[in-house]
Design a protein around this ligand. Structure first.
Ligand SMILES: Cc1ncc(COP(=O)(O)O)c(C=O)c1O
Length: 482
């Protein structure tokens, strides 16, 4: 089984368990889905419940694998070109947490791109590892923040030779990428690992139209949300390791500490399935979806209102109103009212996350919905007032000194009106969601620019995590740095 791509060892082991089972005297208490049989609206839970097993004979153990989970992970390594792969049941979130914890120790420092997902900042907060934040570049055509330049990482490494790792996010939420090879080389010259959060790029490298994957570019540790752009169930993710710059023993220790001792078998099996799909089909898996998205681009080429912008990832078309009448936020909501749900919006764009399962029928439904919206919303009203994006909120460059991100529960914070917060230090994480990139972390100085961004978020009624006052009228601050 071990190296036959068309096998899915864990999926097969679960099916064998289901066929063999006569009675359950083990957890979970729903007893292979029996609890769900009394109500029709729960019937689907019964279907999944039949496979919601635990560490039974023949089903291996995620935290000490030597059976079908070990085989499934080995196939994943083969598929991605890794030396070792780990299935995660807590999303890329847990992969980021574990990788950062394992890369350095309390008091150490790593180089980190500033516009990372909150899980990377949370890893700093939990571990006591400091970061030198590198300011990302703006993508010139869309003015959205993308990755960092190789030169800025090289400068950071030059200035902070004690850095223990480089942590980057590639691609960004819009499917924009940065060249990783030179950065990987720069890290390797110093003998430290490049860790890449490739949450949105689990499909990279499998089609000639997709960007190169982080592993192909020389990264040492790569974290992917297999549930985002491939077909694993929500929370299903992988962490891949190549080479010896990352201590695998430590990494496994942190994965054991941070993940549930009762991992979900349906999620694990769906990761095995997603791997089998790309492993066996490769380019062919994505052909029909790409043709469908290309069709949408052509169909909108002469449209008076709506258009598609394609970034580096052809599965992430950005939809926008050419007349600037409707913001991305309004367009996303108008689409949702018709039952067309998109991934994320900002002031201008609606991010459509497509995958191998996107069909021409989906695209036709989207095009028809755009016609309905076209007729309903005239273009006289200009909604887009400024070049604002909830993904661009970011403080000024901070390649100045290591920052130890901490939440000090022992230090009294005061609540102030957002309007008068400039000059103080944020006592909370301010995280517009999506995309989940913190505008402020605990201890970060609040600039006038940050206050402006907070006011705009308030005006937009944005969903914000991490703050006590979610209406953003007030913010909790510390008066002094620490
Ligand atoms: C760049 C990035 N990294 C990590 C994550 C976390 O991934 P997950 O939701 O799989 O935990 C996200 C989620 O949106 C993300 O956008």
């Amino acid at each position: 089984v071990t190296m036959i791509p068309s096998r899915a060892p864990l999926l097969e082991a679960l099916e064998a368990y289901r066929a063999r089972k006569v009675a359950s005297f083990h957890v979970p208490g729903h007893k292979a889905g029996m609890s769900y049989s009394s109500a029709p609206e729960a019937a689907w839970l019964g279907t999944v419940g039949a496979y919601d097993a635990t560490e039974l004979p023949g089903l291996d153990d995620l935290h000490a694998p030597n059976g079908p989970i070990a085989q499934a992970q080995a196939l994943a390594s083969d598929c991605y070109g890794a030396d070792q792969s780990y299935f995660l049941i807590g999303g890329s979130t847990v992969g980021n947490l574990a990788a950062i914890h394992a890369a350095a120790a309390r008091g150490d420092m790593i180089i980190m791109q500033r516009n990372v997902h909150k899980s990377a900042i949370h890893a700093l907060m939990l571990s006591g590892i400091g970061a030198v934040f590198v300011t990302p570049e703006k993508h010139s055509e869309t003015q959205r923040l993308n990755g960092v330049s190789a030169a800025s990482v090289e400068e950071a490494l030059e200035r902070y030779p004690e850095a223990k790792a480089v942590f980057l996010t590639n691609p960004n939420y819009y499917g924009m990428t940065m060249p990783l090879e030179r950065i990987a080389q720069a890290a390797h010259v110093r003998g430290i690992p490049l860790i890449v959060d490739e949450a949105h790029g689990a499909h990279f490298g499998f089609h000639r139209r997709f960007p190169m994957s982080a592993l192909q570019s020389g990264a040492d540790v790569v974290i992917q949300s297999t549930h985002k752009m491939l077909s694993a169930m929500t929370m299903g993710a992988m962490l891949h390791v190549k080479g010896t710059r990352m201590d695998r023993g430590l990494l496994e220790l942190y994965l054991r500490m941070l993940q549930s001792s009762s991992p979900s078998y349906p999620i694990l099996a769906s990761i095995d399935w997603a791997r089998r799909e790309v492993h066996t089909k490769g380019e062919a898996l994505f052909g029909a979806a790409l043709t469908a998205i290309d069709h949408m681009e052509q169909a909108l080429a002469d449209h008076p209102r709506f258009a598609l912008y394609r970034t580096h990832d052809p599965l992430k078309p950005l939809l926008y109103d050419r007349t600037d009448a409707l913001s991305g936020f309004t367009l996303l909501e108008a689409l949702a009212e018709i039952g067309i749900y998109a991934e994320m919006a900002d002031e201008r764009f609606v991010v459509c996350a497509c995958s191998s399962a996107t069909t021409l029928a989906d695209i036709d439904n989207l095009l028809q919905a755009l016609d309905v919206i076209f007729n309903r919303f005239p273009d006289e009203k200009k909604e887009i007032r400024h070049n604002f994006s909830n993904t661009n909120l970011l403080q000024s460059p901070s390649l100045s000194k290591p920052v130890y991100v901490r939440s000090r529960t022992d230090l009294a914070a005061s609540e102030v009106d957002v309007e008068s917060a400039a000059g103080a230090y944020s006592a909370e994480m301010v995280i517009p969601y999506p995309p989940g990139i913190p505008l402020l972390y605990p201890g970060e100085p609040i600039t006038e620019e940050a206050v402006d961004a907070l006011l705009r978020l308030r005006e937009e009624g944005a969903r914000v995590q991490g703050v006590m006052d979610r209406t953003l009228r007030t913010i909790r601050v510390w008066r002094e740095p620490f």
